[in-house]
Ligand binder design. Structure first.
Ligand code: C5P
Length: 398
């Protein structure tokens, strides 16, 4: 909920600007007051009248409107907000933000502010992939701007791919997460989740039965306590949550790279079921039966252990590193040994024998192993395990 919060919404010039109207409605329904700024290009897509009617306040459109400057200067406009949301954040607006340009009201107030900024990029798929946009995105993120989306899908221009603006509900969730005053506000937590896929050839892969449910529930619980969550996920069954930074990967090696790129973080929770081995001799083209009756000989190589790598970092190690241990026998003994071997702080151990229905199910029965000993939690919903664990993480980071 956003009761009592003031949001400054900057509407850029893209076809997704129509979704900004729905976003205003959602923000207000959640209890926020919404002040709007419509760029000149934005006004080509939605009218100032629709924007102000939905916001219930006048819309600001021009930097040099002296009446506006007299009533509320652009500096004041940006300072009086609890959060600035840029939606759609066009390639042009992101470029201006990256360069610190100030040639219209929107870019000027974005430069003049020290308020948190959430941007929802929206652009053509090629613009999204262009190296210039990549550079600008990296820069604005380094400057502290949070991103939500974009989504992948069909675009108004008829092309397909990433670049669609995140749905208004997702932008709302991201804004709520940024404004939440929970015990993890100001903290960043990395969560890995889901299985990894290790290619055999371009069409086949080795995988496991992880659904990503526990990692996703954890990301939600940490987000709800106010953390900024970096969610590195393999190809999971359950969709990633809203209001977190989602980084999609396929293989263990990509996951390690994404994790390393996300550091530094305050805590890292490795809930992914990473494949222990990859196919060392993965084929570049589809393997064919050769009529001899002989199956292809696959050779395996061990994947990097992401948890151990992060837990054993000499510098920049997260303050808290949490691993999971899915076992089918001697659960606690194996997990205790795993904690020592990998040198993580906590291990969340669970029994994933087929009879338990835990792998791929909605419930989990875990034992939390720390330096102080072990605690067996009763069987409960994965969401509840996640809430309890998030609470414990908040206490540990306090
Ligand atoms: O060794 P095992 O796979 O049982 O360890 C499980 C824990 O280690 C989980 O937290 C999992 O996310 C993590 N792990 C990892 N990288 C690997 C293998 C496991 O981060 N290559």
């Amino acid at each position: 909920m956003l009761g009592g919060k003031r949001i400054l919404l900057v509407i850029g010039g893209g076809i997704a600007a129509y979704k900004a109207l729905e976003l205003i409605r959602l923000f207000r329904k959640a209890g926020a007051a919404v002040t709007t700024v419509l760029t000149r290009a934005g006004a080509e897509f939605v009218t100032p009248l629709s924007v102000s009617a939905l916001a219930g306040e006048k819309v600001y459109t021009d930097l040099f409107d002296l009446t506006d400057e007299a009533e509320m200067g652009h500096i004041q406009l940006s300072r009086s907000a609890d959060l600035i949301v840029v939606a759609p954040a066009t390639a042009d607006l992101l470029a201006k933000m990256a360069q610190g340009r100030a040639d219209d009201l929107a870019s000027t107030l974005l430069l003049a502010t020290d308020t948190a900024v959430l941007a929802a990029p929206a652009m053509n798929v090629r613009m999204w992939g262009h190296p210039a946009t990549r550079r600008n995105l990296a820069q604005v993120q380094a400057d502290g701007v949070r991103l939500v989306g974009p989504d992948e899908g069909e675009m108004a221009c008829g092309e397909y791919g990433p670049g669609r603006m995140a749905e208004p509900v997702a932008i709302l969730a991201a804004a709520e997460a940024m404004l939440s005053q929970g015990p993890l506000s100001g903290k960043t937590v990395l969560v890995t989740s889901g299985p990894t896929h290790e290619p055999i050839d371009p069409v086949r892969y080795i995988a496991n039965r992880s659904s990503g449910a526990q990692g996703t529930a954890l990301a939600v619980a940490l987000r709800d306590l106010g953390a900024r969550v970096v969610f590195v996920t393999g190809p999971a069954e359950v969709p990633p949550p809203t209001g977190v930074d989602v980084i999609r990967v396929e293989t263990a090696r990509q996951m390690l790279e994404a994790v390393q790129a996300a550091l530094p973080v305050d805590a890292a929770v490795m809930a992914a079921a990473v494949a222990d081995w990859r196919v060392a001799n993965a084929a570049g083209s589809k393997l064919k039966k050769d009529g001899s009756g002989r199956a292809p000989a696959l050779e395996f190589a061990e994947n990097p252990d992401i948890l151990a790598t992060v837990a054993q970092m000499a510098t920049g190690r997260p303050r808290l590193v949490v691993g999971f241990a899915a076992e089918t026998d001697d659960v606690v003994a194996h997990a205790v040994a795993k904690r020592a071997r990998k040198r993580c702080d906590w291990i969340v151990a669970n029994d994933v024998s087929p009879g338990t229905g835990i792998m791929g199910g909605t419930e989990n029965a875990v034992v939390l192993i720390t330096a102080d000993g072990q605690e067996a939690w009763p069987r409960m919903a994965k969401d509840e395990v996640a809430r309890r664990l998030a609470q414990r993480i908040a206490e540990a980071l306090a």
